[in-house]
Design a protein. Structure first.
Length: 294
């Protein structure tokens, strides 16, 4: 039976130099957590309480990154209008923009650029999040007496990790047993996000690389097709794949695109201050670190 792990990271937010106090992965059975949705809130809270108490993290404000499994996103371009009119259009037309029912989903959005495009349009990232996911985590955190400071979604977190580099065209690949997640950035803005099943447990070497490339290659081809043959300039790798430098080097040779393995020590345009005993692969906490960069 496959278990999901909940990634916890404690620290102090900062736009360029967040401070990390510690990290933990809490394994949860499928009967408690499925695709990021807590199924039995009281038992999930009990599983987290021991870790939080042991590490003295109880009472800290919470920043929550919702997993992408059931989160739907879309980039929408609107004519330049007053923000109130854009707000009304995006929320009133949400069911046409995303394949959702507003009875079951919460919808939010954010502008993707501070200025309008050359054609006078303004682009927005629209996200639909299942109410069961939001309300489930609200119940879990409420049982623990924790206050939620902000909520974000994994695709937006992925783009935030690249904020300081401002790549024109890039792909961020989060690959491992928990899933293969691909986020594409075009002209420095969010373009597309997709989620795929992860590597089977125990997958090693060439097989892991082949499974990742099988998922990634069609997305790179789609990006080139939509950008008149222009290809991504870099692949940014997080997750389990980031801990395997040999596979990253082979991925670079096979795609012909420079690969940057995830690091918290400055190679992505920002750096985190870490405790001296922090020796783990930071890949599983990439979305958490993005929350500290807000």
């Amino acid at each position: 039976m496959r278990r999901e792990s909940l990634a916890l990271l404690a620290g102090r937010p900062h736009r360029r130099r967040p401070r990390v106090r510690g990290a933990a992965l809490v394994p949860l059975s499928p009967s408690l957590l499925a695709e990021g949705v807590p199924l039995r809130e009281a038992e999930v809270a009990a599983a987290l309480a021991g870790v939080l108490r042991e590490r003295r993290w109880l009472g800290m404000p919470v920043r929550l990154a919702l997993s992408a499994g059931q989160v739907l996103t879309r980039v929408v371009a609107l004519p330049r209008v007053r923000r109130r009119a854009a707000h009304r259009a995006l929320l009133e037309e949400a069911e046409q923009l995303l394949p959702i029912s507003l009875a079951d989903y919460y919808v939010d959005y954010r502008p993707l650029a501070r200025r309008s495009a050359a054609d006078g349009t303004e682009s927005f990232l629209v996200a639909g999040v299942p109410k069961a996911q939001v309300e489930g985590w609200a119940a879990v955190l409420g049982d623990l007496g924790l206050a939620v400071e902000c909520v974000d979604v994994h695709p937006n977190c992925a783009v935030r990790l690249l904020r300081e580099l401002r790549p024109r065209d890039a792909a961020l690949v989060d690959a491992g047993p928990g899933g293969v997640h691909v986020t594409l950035v075009g002209d420095g803005l969010f373009f597309l996000h997709a989620d795929h099943p992860g590597w089977p447990p125990g997958t090693e070497g060439t097989t892991a690389l082949e499974l990742t490339l099988e998922v990634l290659r069609p997305h790179l081809e789609f990006f080139a097709a939509r950008h008149f043959g222009r290809t991504v300039e870099a692949l940014f790798v997080t997750g389990e794949l980031a801990a395997r430098p040999g596979l990253c080097a082979r991925l670079e040779r096979l795609t012909g695109v420079p690969v940057w393995a995830f690091s918290v020590r400055g190679s992505w345009g920002w750096s985190a201050r870490l405790p001296r005993d922090f020796r783990v692969n930071p890949g599983p906490w990439a979305a958490n670190l993005a929350l500290l960069l807000r």
